[in-house]
Design a protein around this ligand. Structure first.
Ligand SMILES: C[S@@+](CC[C@H](N)C(=O)[O-])C[C@H]1O[C@@H](n2cnc3c(N)ncnc32)[C@H](O)[C@@H]1O
Length: 248
């Protein structure tokens, strides 16, 4: 009976929420999670995966969360800063393909390497991807993104380029206006702020002054966005604590 089925679904959700709450309140779980992340990062764990044949620089748990988020929001445009080898663009393109319609992905990178361009353009889903080369915070780059974006119903933005807090702060200012109500701007690598400085040797960012600092400053001045902890609470292993920002 329909009533019984929906009652079961509700009970399932309620139990999931309760277990997630208890899991997060368990200091042992939080300790081993942090320890595990610290143990695998020196082996470049997040470089070891691909999506439909193209290397993607993400934790698999974050890919699973983005799948849920995209299915929930059903964007018709995804804008991502930081292309690298192109796997994340192909991942978003594959989700838009499953959603049907004419959804597109715009990928922005200061240096789109020829192997990445070839992998994306030669991919069966490459027709959904537009690439824009330039620093993500240059006015000309943002204007080009806006030109390609046109008018869309539901726009999701993902920030995954330079992780200095100054750069992310500028990206939040420039790309948040693209985000439609009920959608998100996902800031990757907010975990940088929480990692000890030994993880940042040779990098332009450092503990306490990475993407999370930029997110906190942005939220203090922009009340139309708020942190959605649904994803990080169940993930535990995520590079984006406090990084899933929903437009309210
Ligand atoms: C972490 S990687 C992106 C990973 C990719 N999103 C994925 O999931 O596979 C960061 C990328 O940001 C790019 N980048 C660095 N500074 C940038 C800037 N100022 N503007 C745009 N892209 C930048 C780098 O060239 C690099 O390809």
């Amino acid at each position: 009976m329909a009533g019984t089925d929906s009652g079961r679904a509700d009970a399932f959700e309620v139990r999931n929420a309760e277990m997630t709450r208890r899991m997060n309140a368990d200091p042992h779980v939080r300790d081993v999670t942090r320890e595990w992340v610290h143990a695998v990062l020196p082996y470049e764990y997040h470089y070891h995966f691909s999506w439909l044949g193209v290397p993607i620089i993400q934790f698999p748990s974050d890919i699973a969360a983005m799948q849920e988020l995209i299915w929930n929001v059903k964007p018709d445009l995804v804008i991502e800063t930081g292309v690298a080898r192109g796997g994340s663009l192909i991942f978003y393109a594959s989700m838009l393909e499953l959603l049907g319609g004419e959804g597109q992905v715009i990928g922005v990178d200061v240096d789109i390497r020829s192997h990445a361009r070839e992998a994306i353009e030669g991919h069966p889903l490459g027709r959904r991807v537009v690439m824009v080369q330039g620093s993500s915070i240059d006015e000309a780059t943002v204007a080009e993104v806006a030109r390609h974006a046109g008018k869309r119903q539901r726009v999701l933005v993902v920030l995954d380029s330079s992780h200095t807090s100054e750069h992310v702060a500028a990206e939040l200012r420039l790309y948040s206006p693209f985000v439609t109500q009920g959608s998100y701007i996902v800031v990757f690598d907010t975990v940088i702020d929480d990692l000890p400085d030994r993880f940042h040797e040779g990098k332009a960012w450092k503990a306490g002054r990475g993407p999370k600092a930029a997110v906190r400053e942005f939220l203090a001045a922009n009340t139309d966005f708020g942190v959605d902890r649904t994803y990080e609470d169940k993930l535990l292993v995520t590079v984006s604590p406090e990084g899933f920002l929903k437009r309210l």
